[in-house]
Design a protein around this ligand. Structure first.
Ligand SMILES: [Zn+2]
Length: 423
């Protein structure tokens, strides 16, 4: 087992929270002054831990374990949403840093590399750092990426002095697995009184924009039966779609009607047009397809039904990302060994792990969020839960290092471990 220092984890979390501190949270959007200062500090901490650390050309801080040809990659992100929480992302980075420190002293054949990915929160592009790390970003995407205020990403990177730095890249021969710890950002663990969420997969998402085309009329003089009311058509569509999605999705399915607009938008005018943004998520690829079919059927049924034309355009899609079974079991075993209760659950939020999961064995674990609060300065986790979560994380990484040092194949090592227990 790695000789880790829980008190240092808490001290490091506090130190990182000083960058961009705002009340009880942090304001550290990607490539802000606070974000860059935090990344420079992290790079320094990684260097002191004996890693070769640098900020790469996209703003990711990567600490490489020297003298090791094979490593486990651990980390998360250190940027935040505007006025966000102090643990979102930071928790996984600091857990990773302490595990890397301890593993340097342990002299395993397999090392630990630490990473803090750039712009996970999507101030410029969601999961920018992990997508760059995995070689997913084309030149065209980088050239055209800009912030909501219209500033070009490449311009900002250059102004921060990151313009001509090399890019850190995933190397599946080196990086044998990826572990990410994170706060839950939801209420489930706290409500069920469970210490650790063992993430089985990250949900897939589909987003569509639905357009309703009716006719503007005087809202006082036009009889109800003669209207082509795009607003009424939109509300009626949303109600029946919710029923359809409830029947089509799995038990963890969720959906949201996050943006709705009617035009021209006056109290005394029957809406001529309406637009609704529909998003739905499920951890299962099969369920996502069933929800997609239910959505398309709802559009077909609504089209023309209230004398309003209804059409839809796909707007975004993310495939569900399953976590690696061997590493999932490693976290569950680590929880059992350290006396922590755990629950297998999907992640409803996106994380860097979903970008890595299709490429190398990846796993995530959650610690409870107080009141399920997140993406706000009120986000917090009880100290005892941070400590317990760290013990589970360090144990899971330590067990994986041991197994990788003994055998080349994680899946094989897990099945032989099962056999040992059975005999
Ligand atoms: Zn996060």
């Amino acid at each position: 087992m790695l000789a880790v220092d829980e008190d240092r984890v808490l001290a490091d979390l506090q130190a990182l929270a000083e960058f961009g501190r705002i009340g009880t949270g942090v304001n550290r959007p990607a490539f802000s002054e606070a974000d860059l200062s935090a990344r420079q500090w992290l790079g320094g901490q990684m260097q002191s831990a004996g890693l070769d650390a640098a900020i790469d050309g996209i703003g990711t801080v990567y600490g490489r374990s020297p003298h090791c040809e094979q490593t486990i990659l651990v980390g998360s992100h250190s940027d935040s949403v505007p006025n966000g929480g102090w643990l979102d992302g930071s928790l996984g980075v600091i857990f990773g840093l302490e595990v890397a420190r301890a593993s340097r002293r342990a002299q395993h054949g397999v090392g630990v590399d630490v990473i803090s990915f750039a712009d996970e929160e999507g101030t410029w592009l969601p999961c920018l750092g992990s997508r760059s790390f995995c070689g997913e970003l084309t030149k065209q995407v980088l050239d055209t990426a800009q912030s909501k205020t219209g500033e070009r990403l490449l311009h900002r990177l250059a102004s921060l002095g990151l313009g001509d730095r090399p890019f850190a890249r995933l190397d599946p021969r080196r990086h044998r697995g990826y572990f990410e710890a994170h706060i839950e950002q939801g209420p489930r663990l706290e409500a069920e009184g469970v210490d650790i969420g063992v993430v089985t997969g990250i949900v897939g998402m589909r987003r569509h924009i639905v357009h309703f085309c009716g006719r503007a009329d005087h809202a006082g003089t036009t009889p109800m039966a003669m209207r082509r009311d795009a607003g009424v058509a939109m509300f009626s569509f949303a109600t029946s779609l919710a029923n359809g999605l409830r029947g089509a999705g799995g038990p963890d399915a969720v959906w949201n009607f996050g943006i709705a607009a009617v035009r021209p938008g006056a109290a005394n005018v029957v809406p001529a047009e309406a637009e609704l943004t529909v998003e739905f998520r499920d951890p299962s690829p099969l369920m996502i397809e069933r929800m997609e079919a239910a959505f398309l059927a709802a559009v077909r049924d609504a089209d023309g039904a209230l004398h309003v034309a209804v059409s839809s355009m796909p707007n975004a899609a993310l495939a569900p990302a399953a976590m690696n079974t061997a590493l999932i079991n490693m976290i569950a075993e680590a929880a059992a060994e350290t006396g922590a209760s755990h629950l297998r659950m999907p992640s409803g939020a996106g994380h860097d792990a979903m970008i890595l999961a299709p490429r190398i064995p990846s796993a995530m674990m959650f610690v409870p969020s107080i009141g399920g609060r997140s993406h706000d300065i009120s986000e917090n986790t009880k100290e005892e839960n941070i400590r317990r979560g760290f013990r589970v994380f360090a144990t899971a990484v330590s067990k994986t290092l041991d197994r990788l040092t003994q055998t080349d194949d994680l899946a094989a090592s897990v099945s032989s471990a099962k056999k040992e227990r059975a005999s």
